[in-house]
Ligand binder design. Sequence first.
Ligand code: LRH
Ligand code: MN
Ligand code: MN
Length: 389
Amino acid sequence: MTTSFTSIAPQLEAQAIELPSWAFGNSGTRFKVFGTPGTPRTIQEKLADAAKVNELTALAPKVALHIPWDKVDDYQALRGVAADLGVELGTVNSNTFQNDDYKFGSLTHTDSAIRQQAIDHHFECIDVMDATGSQDLKIWLADGTNYPGQGDLRGRQDRLADSLEQIYARLGDDQRMVLEYKFFEPAFYHTDVPDWGTSYAQVTALGDKAMVCLDTGHHAPGTNIEFIVMQLLRLGKLGSFDFNSRFYADDDLIVGAADPFQLFRILYEVNRGRGFDADSPVAFMLDQCHNVEDKIPGQIRSVLNVQEMTARVLLVDTVALTAAQNAGDVLGANSILMDAFYTDVRPDLAAWRESRGLPADPMAAYAASGYQQEIAAARVGGQQASWGA
Ligand code: LRH
Ligand code: MN
Ligand code: MN
């Protein structure tokens, strides 16, 4: 290993991972949503919890909103609340998946009135972005069908293109749209934006301000996600990540928990494609739910996992790797990559954090802070926020 930790520190210092507001609310499966003491009752309380993650890690300066889950009357004021807490409002996520009107589709619907309603919802999200100063509108659609013949696949794709075009036309000069794909769920026969190719085709037809969002949990088992990362970066169309990890389907578990090596391989391609550069268009975000663990430490663990794996990726001896690849040294090249993956960067990271006035161990610092007990005592009564409420 020729690359030293000191030489990669400036790149680590620039790292920013956006937190999803919904990670702080209660969540669960279709079987049960467990309540956790201290769960925020309002978006303001979610912001306070997110700010705690940033305070202890300096890794999470932005919080993504989901509309209407985080709907408020005054977004300028909410922006002020975030600023007072030391964070910013980030990506605005639209939501057309919890409304009876969209049972048969939203931006793809055959009924023009319902399709217009879905388009108008996205206009509303852009208004929110204008007030919050957010850069990205993230669109994920539940649109799809359950049975062959149920819908006209091609007609739906055409209507989607038309709807997206109308939304795209509303974006300001500094605003972007990212289109997230997912191979199944809630629709089980077909989904209208199932894969990166479809998202790429749709956003490419729109223009430079439209890009692809890659959610790591939205692929069939066995998919080579790092290849997709490489290709989208190569094509200049990787706009953002929704990070999480999965064992089976869209599990939304802590990023790097299920398969740390996959996270390493993905981040390696990010670095290879210059996705960590200051002028890179790639926005890094978590999209997770903490069903059984405490949410704030869940988010701290997540951003630390991304940081640790990024450090390992930055330690790859790329000069030696290229030489081995070009020499056809199969096992030599493989071991150069694996050397970096197996490097324990935690002691170096802990010392580096301390040198920047941060806790060496943010997980331990959180546990010792008493914040969890404080919020559990203070946030009693009222309706706790949950995924979807
Ligand atoms: C869909 C998804 C999408 C939604 C979020 C709550 O599975 O990944 O990003 O906005 O979950
Ligand atoms: Mn997602
Ligand atoms: Mn998902």
